[in-house]
Design a protein around this ligand. Structure first.
Ligand SMILES: NC(=O)c1ccc[n+]([C@@H]2O[C@H](COP(=O)([O-])OP(=O)(O)OC[C@H]3O[C@@H](n4cnc5c(N)ncnc54)[C@H](O)[C@@H]3O)[C@@H](O)[C@H]2O)c1
Ligand SMILES: O=c1ccn([C@@H]2O[C@H](COP(=O)(O)OP(=O)(O)O[C@H]3O[C@H](CO)[C@@H](O)[C@H](O)[C@H]3O)[C@@H](O)[C@H]2O)c(=O)[nH]1
Length: 432
């Protein structure tokens, strides 16, 4: 199948590369010339395990190519995947202007039947808008079909999630487009993963419902963690004990410093706005959001317990990315924390295995270090913000020797409170 992926960000690039690896001919289009120039040279704009190898393998045989020429991409393809960004606008609604601009180009340049597939997360009704815009920009009537195929990949696990997903959701009308979509995902469906065909509006809502449900679980556990800190109890034991109920399941029950990233915060907000616009008071999701904001701020309050006067104190931070195995800083809880620390007059020493280059575009006045040990030297406290695996096995006796004061605030519960006490740390974590 000849496929064009418009938007070569996280989703477009990972989906495009995997689709090429499944035997399709893929053209990746992006309006950002610098990004495309780099991709042509094999420079990948994101850190995603496994992506570089897969991309190189497919680029070598030209199964995947890159261009800024959207007309070319559209005309040479049978199926067009839209994967452009849908950031929050000033009212916290999803801004779909990039999708609409792509729809205009598709209408203008299409030269034969196409299946137009939206992969970007967008409000219910967006696919119908895309259809109207495409039609209104056509010079003569050319048939096309529409599909909503939301993407559920997680950053850091994106290749695995795309090639071995729990489900593939496709909202589509018409047998022809359904067959084409089925054949694209044949490689995946053969491994017994179900393709769920549904109506277009349900497909659009399934995406928001999934992210909002997961965010709800996290906020619920974070609120319970606050209770544990008042009355005793260990939130990790509570997650384990409740997660053993097969109706609940163990995943996405980790209390921490609040959810971040390019999806949960913006998608929860967008669903709240969609509900409000339709006269529904989004009580649950409003609370999910509020608990998350509170949880992000709570880390600073814990540091203050150990370091009451923050002015000119040195605080080491391990982990800046919103989660491990990515260099993505979008809506990372580290941004809230570092702002609070800097306002209180603290100096920041930071280390992250992958996200420091991106962090440098966000923060001012921070010192970056090449390894976790150098970052803690002479600091008044160490704060664990992202649970990179490499932080779990470090020499904590060495960390204690290097710190000026043996204070650790562990926002991700990666260590055991009992072990830390035995090692002589003043150790605060979340809900235990
Ligand atoms: N990041 C994720 O893990 C993830 C997972 C599932 C779904 N999503 C959703 O997928 C969509 C894309 O997310 P992302 O993280 O890949 O975004 P991104 O910001 O990383 O990438 C979007 C890309 O689209 C390009 N673009 C914007 N307007 C364009 C235009 N008119 N023509 C061509 N290119 C254009 C940008 O230059 C950018 O490279 C969003 O709706 C997001 O919510 C993201
Ligand atoms: O038990 C948990 C699990 C996650 N998180 C936090 O939640 C955020 C999101 O994590 P995760 O879902 O792993 O990362 P994303 O890459 O943002 O993926 C989410 O958002 C994507 C974009 O919509 C979807 O495609 C994915 O299915 C969905 O998991 C991060 O800040 C995590 O630290 C917790 O605090 N506790």
């Amino acid at each position: 199948m000849k496929i064009c992926c418009i938007g070569s960000g996280y989703v477009g690039l990972v989906a495009g590369t995997c689709l090429a690896d499944m035997g399709n001919d893929v053209i990746c289009v992006d309006s950002n010339k610098g990004k495309i120039d780099n991709l042509k040279k094999g420079i990948i704009p994101i850190y995603e395990p496994g992506l570089k190898d897969m991309l190189e393998r497919n680029a070598r045989v030209r199964r995947i190519t890159f261009t800024t020429n959207i007309k070319d991409g559209i005309q040479k393809s049978d199926v067009i995947f839209i994967g452009v960004g849908t950031p929050s606008d000033l009212n916290n609604c999803a801004d779909i202007s990039a999708i609409i601009s792509v729809a205009e180009s598709i209408g203008k340049y299409m030269n034969g039947y196409k299946v137009i597939v939206n992969k970007s997360t967008a409000p219910v009704g967006t696919l119908e808008k895309i259809g109207k815009v495409v039609k209104s920009f056509q010079k003569k009537a050319i048939r096309f079909d529409l599909a909503s195929n939301p993407e559920f990949m997680r950053e850091g696990e994106a290749i695995k999630d795309f090639t071995n997903p729990d489900r593939i959701v496709i909202g589509v009308q018409g047998e022809k487009a359904k067959k084409i979509m089925e054949s694209i995902y044949n490689g995946i469906s053969r491994t017994d993963k179900p393709i769920m065909f549904t109506d277009i509006r349900s497909a659009e809502l399934i995406k928001y419902a999934s992210n909002a449900m997961l965010a709800t679980r996290i906020s619920f556990m974070n609120e319970l963690a606050q209770l544990c800190e008042k009355v005793g109890g260990d939130i990790k034991e509570i997650a384990k004990g409740t997660g053993l109920d097969s109706r609940i399941g163990p995943r996405f029950l980790q209390a921490g410093i609040g959810y971040g990233g390019s999806c949960f915060p913006k998608d929860v907000n967008a669903l709240i706005q969609i509900m409000n616009e339709n006269g529904i008071d989004a009580k649950i999701l409003t609370a999910v959001n509020e608990v998350n904001e509170q949880q992000k701020r709570s880390l600073f309050e814990k540091i203050q317990i150990l370091v009451p006067k923050m002015k000119n104190k040195k605080i080491a931070i391990w982990g800046l990315a919103f989660k491990p195995k990515t260099d993505d800083m979008r809506d990372a809880p580290s941004i809230t924390l570092i702002k609070q620390l800097q306002e209180a007059g603290a100096q920041i020493n930071a280390f992250d295995p992958e996200a420091m280059d991106n962090a440098k575009t966000i923060f001012r006045g921070i010192k970056y270090y090449d390894d976790p040990y150098s970052a803690v030297k002479n600091c008044d406290a160490l704060v664990i913000v992202t649970e990179w695996n490499e932080f779990r096995d470090l020499d904590l006796k060495k960390v204690k020797r290097l710190l000026k004061c043996p204070n650790i605030v562990d926002g991700r519960n990666i260590y055991e409170p009992k072990d830390m006490k035995e090692l002589g740390f003043h150790y605060l974590c979340v809900g235990r």
